[in-house]
Design a protein around this ligand. Structure first.
Ligand code: AMP
Length: 379
């Protein structure tokens, strides 16, 4: 029987950003204590936790202390050094377990695993030098993306290489010693499938969300979009289940997908944790992605996931979306929507400062409302 880690127990979180903050808030609401490894009291998660350790993954004693007070440990980002994850897993429950974490940290391993599972991905190859990149660029039809194999996010560590590009020069300027090249997928839409799996193998799925990006950063997510057919949604769910089961995941993950014009789903990547596109689940579903993460990692009873409104739209608030005196203005402008601010001090360009969610009954209207709400901040 699955051990239940009940309220009053301590949830350990690796990482102290906004995902950790929203998980910690959900945990506190459910009566848990929260220990954080990786920040200070001013960090988004540090502001709302009970205990905190500074980030030093090379300090075994700190990791040991953190693990020994945590009844279960989870993470809000995937770039946790393997030795630190192993040190924690040796002392307490780490969920999702090390296997998925190691794969999701490495684009090549991840794509190889997805391909072995029979899930469609972009064609990909590892590159060690400019000549290999020139050959792959040609072989993949002259339109590719070169990606750092580890640690890239929000388009960082990525170089689009079109038909007329000087491929060798891009390799040199990337300063990579090795990298992954992917054929560019001609997609109509980007989707995300967020799903959770309980320790007894039961899986729970949100509907796939439709995602719009700007400058490689998630901009707006929509739940309940008619652009996602029932067939596509059930295909996305089957893909989610295949990944959850293959990696024996206990916890929550997100699969980022491309939807092509022929209706085919292509997997872009796996995030072994809640995802920015799932922030709208806080208001739009009976159980948020953070509550689902807690329920799965703590062995709590299953919950049926139900959308509480026909449509929801979420817009990220980046530093450039906020005016001077932004905290007051944000609260004034966002009256008919759900405002979340992450407690970050300085609104730098492209820094995720918060998000806003609007519920509605018509997708276009909800999207227009959430964008208008955000634009209203600078009006
Ligand atoms: P990633 O860091 O892999 O999630 O990529 C960031 C964004 O770049 C994605 O959300 C897509 O918009 C775009 N992208 C990444 N890989 C591809 C690809 N193979 N084909 C087309 N667009 C891509």
């Amino acid at each position: 029987m699955t051990k239940i880690i009940g309220p009053g127990s301590t949830i350990g979180i690796l990482g102290s950003g906004q995902l950790g903050r929203m998980l910690a808030i959900s945990a506190r609401q459910m009566g848990y204590r929260v220990a954080v490894f990786g920040g200070d009291r001013l960090s988004p998660c540090g502001q709302v936790c009970d205990l905190i350790w500074p980030e030093d993954y090379n300090n075994e004693a700190l990791l040991h202390e953190f693990a020994s007070v945590s009844d279960v440990v989870t993470y809000e980002f995937e770039n946790i050094p393997a030795h630190a994850a192993a040190a924690i897993a040796a002392r307490t429950e780490l969920r999702p377990a090390v296997g998925l974490l190691g794969t999701a940290q490495n684009r090549f391993l991840e794509k190889t695993a997805l391909a072995k599972l029979g899930l469609p991905t972009a064609r990909f190859l590892m590159m060690q030098n400019a000549d290999e990149l020139v050959a792959a660029h040609q072989d993949f039809g002259g339109d590719v993306i070169l990606k750092a194999n580890t640690e890239g996010y929000d388009g960082k560590g990525q170089w689009g290489i079109g038909p007329d590009a000087d491929v060798a020069a891009i390799w040199e300027s990337s300063e990579l010693t090795s990298g992954l090249v992917e054929q560019k997928v001609a997609f109509d839409y980007e989707l995300s499938m967020i799903a959770g799996r309980f320790a007894d193998g039961h899986c729970a799925f949100f509907d796939p969300f439709l995602n719009h990006h700007a400058n490689h950063i998630l901009d707006v997510s929509i739940s309940g979009s008619p652009l996602i057919s029932v067939q596509v949604a059930s295909q996305a769910e089957a893909m989610g289940r295949a990944v959850l089961e293959h990696f024996d995941v206990v916890g929550v993950l997100c699969i980022e997908l491309f939807l092509t014009s022929s209706g085919e789903l292509v997997v872009n990547e796996i995030a072994p944790r809640p995802h920015n596109s799932g922030h709208l689940t806080i208001e739009a579903y009976n159980c948020s992605q953070f509550e689902l993460q807690l329920r799965t990692i703590c062995g709590l009873p299953h919950v049926a996931i139900n959308r509480m409104a026909p449509v929801a739209a979420m817009a990220n608030l980046l530093g450039q979306h906020l005016p001077p005196e932004w905290t007051q203005n944000a609260v004034d402008a966002v009256r008919n929507a759900h405002l979340h601010l992450y407690g970050k001090q300085e609104p730098k360009t492209n820094r995720k400062m918060g998000h806003v969610t609007v519920l509605g009954s018509a997708p276009c209207e909800a999207e227009a409302n959430v964008r208008a709400c955000r634009d209203g901040l600078l009006a």
